[in-house]
Ligand binder design. Structure first.
Ligand code: HEM
Length: 532
């Protein structure tokens, strides 16, 4: 008893002739514990360490890795991303016990983006599940495989063709709304207008609902969509909000606990109504898609999901909602940022704007007829401008793929071990001077047929690539062509800012931190050769 009393006090303790104070004993125990932890940590990641030894990367500290580099303002994080991706070669990054390898070289990108062992998007995509659930974008591989196989075929030219009245009508409303900016010398931000246009387009084409946010209608859904997207972006840079329980307490404190419910309310309601309509149609055996308001009814993405269900796909209501919301989130802001950057580029480069307008004049003359899918195929130079915009400013800043098995890449014939998270940065690949000379200048000729043929296919990855690449890229390209050409048929666009003034910030998506400031004038509807 006496001995045990001694042990718990700060006086000396004697054991086999070694004298230690309890403070010393605590210190030795703690150090031994840390050493054991450290050895375990090293042992668990020994297969990563072997690969990491051959690579360069950011400076790293025990246990936290390079985590500190990625805490800061969105602009500072952007700088760290550029520091991390430095050139073609794969580089290492430790974040706590996660091992990341950067993939920049087109040959390596092709391998990773097409490997059946690299289809998993990693745990980091779980952050988006409050918003998009397990839709294609964030679905685990087994679910993704099943859904993508069913959904991909419906994204065909027929589906797109019947969306053209929507693209035209919503772009026409944009032109009307922009009239209030005519004659003003003070610049306005393009995204204030274009975000609403794209939200209306995607709501109508994904679920057949006329949101009409362009007519300044208050919309709980549009508001919740923007708030949910802001919340998800903010969470990425606040590691203390990673645990779900803390994030939910944070939302409660900020009065945002209902934001995801408010986001899902409208899609849930539209799905219920649409299901009833489908059931009625089936009972009446009526295949005519006639809309009470405007004749032939649009067959939207939600219809095709319900058709697939009738053919035995077995999607639950929640799965249908997740896919519909995925399309809306995936398609609205990405297209908006690209439209805004593209129009801003044309304002900064008036000679390129003239060339785009000349092409538009060649296809449409000076009339106002609506644009068809065939017309968009003739707008070749405009498409080059859009692709060059996406090269310079790809909206998806980082893509992740977690390896389910070892994968051998092209660089040094290295084998990346199972569990490695491949980190891909479209903007860094797009700025490698060996692929694009003068990578920070805006040059649509980078995408003329000759230059495209000279480059590796995976030199351009704004829409990712391989089996998990963007499903909506054709939808995005044609809807952007309709919007931008309608804009340019009506207005010329001008700005005082220079390319070098544009500062990028990275949150969920990558965007301009100083907005897209322009002024507009009525278009002089003559091609350049007639003006000379
Ligand atoms: C400029 C416009 C767009 C850009 C730059 C873009 C880019 C991308 C990228 C980079 C990915 C891969 C993301 C990752 O691997 O983490 C992706 C996936 C996806 N995108 Fe897009 N996107 C655009 C427009 C659209 C539109 C309009 C839609 C729908 C109508 C759409 C639907 C999707 C879907 C469903 C996925 C998930 C595909 C899968 O995992 O199977 N996107 N997009």
């Amino acid at each position: 008893m006496e001995g045990s009393h001694d042990f718990s006090t700060t006086s000396k303790h004697s054991a086999d002739g070694i004298h230690m104070t309890s403070t010393e004993l605590t210190a030795y125990t703690s150090i031994s514990f840390i050493v054991v932890l450290w050895c375990l940590h090293k042992w668990n990641r020994r297969h990563f360490e072997r690969v990491a030894l051959k690579m360069t990367g950011l400076s790293s500290y025990p246990f936290i890795g390079s985590g500190l580099e990625f805490i800061g303002t969105p602009q500072q994080v952007m700088d760290s991303v550029f520091k991390l991706f430095n050139g073609f070669e794969p580089r290492k990054l430790w974040l706590t016990s996660y091992f990341f390898v950067t993939i920049s070289k087109p040959e390596d990108l092709q391998i990773i983006l097409n490997s059946s062992k690299a289809l998993d998007k990693s745990k980091f995509y779980n952050f988006f599940k409050n918003t998009v659930g397990e839709g294609l974008f964030s679905a685990p591989v087994h679910k993704w495989r099943q859904h993508r196989r069913l959904i991909a075929p419906v994204f065909n030219a027929n589906l797109l063709d019947q969306f053209f009245p929507v693209f035209n009508e919503k772009s026409r409303i944009l032109i009307e709304n922009l009239k209030k900016e005519l004659g003003k010398t003070q610049p306005f931000d393009l995204s204030d207008y274009i975000m609403k246009t794209n939200l209306d387009i995607i709501c109508q084409t994904a679920m057949g609902y006329n949101l009409d946010s362009q007519s300044n209608k208050e919309s709980e859904f549009a508001d919740a969509l923007i708030k949910a997207s802001e919340l998800d972006s903010m969470r990425i840079y606040k590691p203390w909000l990673y645990p779900d329980i803390i994030f939910s307490i944070y939302r409660k404190i900020m009065g945002l606990q209902n934001v995801y419910n408010r986001l899902h309310k409208l899609p849930n309601q539209v799905i219920r109504e649409m299901k009833e309509k489908h059931a009625q149609k089936k009972m009446q055996n009526n295949n005519n898609d006639i809309d009470a308001n405007n004749g032939k009814r649009l067959k939207v993405f939600l219809d095709t999901l319900l058709d697939l269900n009738e053919a035995g796909a077995n999607f639950s209501d929640e799965e249908i909602r997740d896919e519909v919301v995925t399309m809306m989130i995936g398609g609205s802001e990405t297209s908006t940022i690209t439209d805004c950057f593209c129009i801003l580029m044309l304002a900064i480069h008036p000679e390129i704007q003239d060339k785009v307008y000349d092409e538009i004049f060649e296809v449409f003359g000076d009339g106002d007829q609506t644009i068809t899918i065939e017309d968009t195929t003739k707008l070749v130079y405009l498409e080059q401008c859009i692709r060059e915009t996406l090269r310079l400013y790809p909206t998806a800043p980082l893509l992740l793929r977690e390896l389910q098995d070892n994968v051998k890449i092209h660089s040094d014939n290295q084998t990346l071990p199972k569990g490695t998270i491949c980190i891909i940065s479209p903007i860094c690949t797009h700025h490698i001077p060996e692929l694009y000379p003068n990578p920070w200048s805006y040059n649509p000729d980078n995408f003329d047929a000759e230059n495209v043929n000279k480059r590796h296919k995976y030199s351009f990855i704004a829409f990712s690539g391989g089996p998990r690449g963007c499903l909506g890229y054709k939808h995005a390209i044609v809807s952007m062509k309709v919007l931008i050409s309608t804009f340019l048929r009506n207005y010329s666009v001008h700005t005082d800012i220079k390319l070098s003034d544009i500062k990028l910030k990275l949150d969920l998506l990558m965007r301009s931190s100083n907005g897209y400031p322009v002024t507009i004038r009525p278009r002089d509807r003559r091609p350049t050769y007639k003006k000379k």
